[in-house]
Design a protein around this ligand. Structure first.
Ligand code: FAD
Length: 487
């Protein structure tokens, strides 16, 4: 039996472990933290529970597939329900928009609340769907670094249709051509932030993202996002995968350009395959530091995605106008992105994402209270004065939410924890605290992510949000599929 060694128990590391166990490998996972899940974890404080990282669950079929592959019924492990209302949007001009999952209902809402006809939404949705159909099999589900991919008829067909993926203009330019009402342009520009990019630079190909949310739906897992990690670890363990916690890998042992094992503290563990779920930047920097000549410099020098600042607030009141997902838009979106990407700081009016899991899982907060996950997009960490920025952001966020909700929010906060780019980097070894590996702020960046297999070191593979096909739970899960197929 061949032995696979996996560095990191993030969602992609766990998914790779399951897929390789299905293939008959002995699988051993080494995780630096004392818990699994990486970014997909939770925190509890003062009677509140919060999903610490991801809060929006899309494409649940990729999680289900892991159970099915292992011959298990996913519903015996975890359950989820489709959201009828995906998100509540609040604009500074007083507009309130409910994003219904049902396309017709959403179109009616848009026609009712904005100056946009329902047909504009349908036209946009049809374009997003087309981009998805062209890109899905080729760019998302397969390696771009494998000759086999290009020998397939569907790949060749997709390549011939490349002009239709709208890569030659920015998302913002495309959205302005679809919508006249600037509220709808802002609504669709926001999807660039789903992979940590800037809509004023990222190619309009990223307009595929709303298709994943609108067409395939947004879901709530019973037990919160944490249930995804817990159920997958349970499945992996039932298949004999061996998880070792508090085990930071220090080196990938390479002999004759072939990965032979790992060094953890003073131990050397031998294996036939090594799969790194650690951010690819740090994998080269820390685990392969003896081999600087093997570094893929062009890829490692690419711009990183944005990061996030999150306040986890316990709130001593319930708000009936709020839902599970809520967005409070900034008045000037372009200025907000200038702050993040050019000035590398935080503007005074950031767009606020507010997630309240206690809306669906009441034991996440004490009776009469809510657990607020309050997140803004911020630049990746380049040594900013975060303590100062956090204090300013807290004040601005409290003022904006108080104004738009008509309540003094500060006086309702009974508990606070914070996650910022420094702690994201510290807790999950994500270079510069970026959430999604590299940004997709150039035409080709999305296609130039690091391969899922090393071109220079035999038996070394990569999975996770920092490599192909990209960040976010669905893509991180697809990276595991690509690795397992390649192996
Ligand atoms: P990670 O979760 O980063 O896991 C890597 C693991 O490797 C960690 O456990 C780390 O400790 C371990 N590790 C690193 N180095 C070593 C070492 N040397 N030895 C041993 N172990 C090591 N995605 C969505 O789909 N929806 C969302 O709503 C969403 N929101 C997000 C909000 C936040 C605040 C954050 C932080 C992320 C969000 N994402 C979201 C992105 C999503 O969380 C990630 O893309 C995904 O979880 C990445 O998984 P991963 O397996 O690649 O890596």
């Amino acid at each position: 039996q061949k032995k696979a060694l996996i560095i990191g128990a993030g969602i992609a590391g766990i998914a790779t472990a399951i897929r390789l166990a299905v293939k008959g490998f002995e699988v051993v996972v080494f995780e630096a933290n004392d818990y699994a899940g990486g970014k997909l974890t939770s925190i509890s404080k003062d009677g509140y529970r919060f999903d610490a990282g991801p809060s929006l669950f899309t494409m649940p079929q990729y999680v289900d597939e892991l159970f099915t592959l292992a011959g298990k019924n996913p519903r015996d492990y975890f359950n989820y329900q489709k959201l009828d209302v995906v998100c509540q949007y609040f604009y500074e001009d007083g507009t309130r928009l409910t994003a219904y999952a049902d396309e017709q209902k959403l179109a009616n809402e848009v026609a009712d609340k904005t100056d946009e006809p329902a047909t504009a939404l349908f036209k946009f949705a049809s374009n997003s769907g087309r981009i998805y159909r062209i890109t899905n099999h080729v760019f998302l589900e397969r390696s771009l670094h494998r000759l086999k991919t290009y020998l397939r008829v569907d790949t060749l067909k997709s390549i011939l249709r490349l002009l239709q993926i709208d890569a030659l203009r920015t998302m913002h330019q495309a959205n302005r051509s679809f919508f006249k009402d600037k509220r709808m342009v802002q609504y669709f520009d926001r999807y660039a932030t789903y992979n940590g990019s800037n809509p004023y630079l990222a190619p309009a190909t990223l307009n595929v993202i709303p298709h994943l949310e609108q067409h395939y739906g947004a879901w709530f897992t019973e037990g919160g996002m944490q249930a995804i990690t817990d159920s997958l670890v349970k499945l992996a363990e039932s298949m004999g995968v061996n998880f070792n916690y508090n085990s930071p890998v220090q080196e990938i042992i390479v002999e004759g350009r072939c990965a032979k094992g790992l060094r953890i503290k003073d131990d050397v563990i031998a294996g036939d395959l090594v799969i790194s779920n650690m951010d690819v930047w740090f994998t080269y920097q820390k685990l392969l530091s003896k081999y600087p000549q093997l570094k893929p410099l062009r890829i490692l020098q690419q711009e990183r995605s944005s990061s996030a600042l999150i306040f986890y607030w316990g709130i001593s009141k319930q708000f009936s106008q709020l839902d599970l997902h809520n967005i409070f838009f900034s008045a000037d979106y372009e200025a907000e992105f200038k702050h993040i990407w050019q000035e590398k700081n935080i503007g005074s009016d950031p767009t606020i994402y507010l997630n309240i899991s206690s809306k669906y899982k009441s034991d996440d907060a004490p009776a009469g209270h809510e657990n607020w996950f309050v997140m803004i997009n911020v630049p990746h960490n380049t040594g900013q004065d975060w303590d100062m920025l956090i204090n300013e952001a807290r004040r601005n966020i409290q003022q904006k939410l108080s104004r738009l909700l008509g309540e003094d929010i500060k006086s309702l906060i009974t508990s606070e924890s914070i996650l910022d780019p420094r702690s994201i980097e510290g807790k999950t070894s994500s270079y510069q605290g970026s959430l999604y590996g590299n940004s997709s702020n150039t035409q080709f960046a999305a296609f130039l992510r690091h391969s899922n297999r090393s071109a220079k070191i035999k038996n070394l593979y990569f999975c996770g949000g920092s490599v192909h096909p990209g960040g976010g739970i669905p893509l991180a899960l697809l990276s595991a599929k690509i690795v397992a197929d390649w192996v």
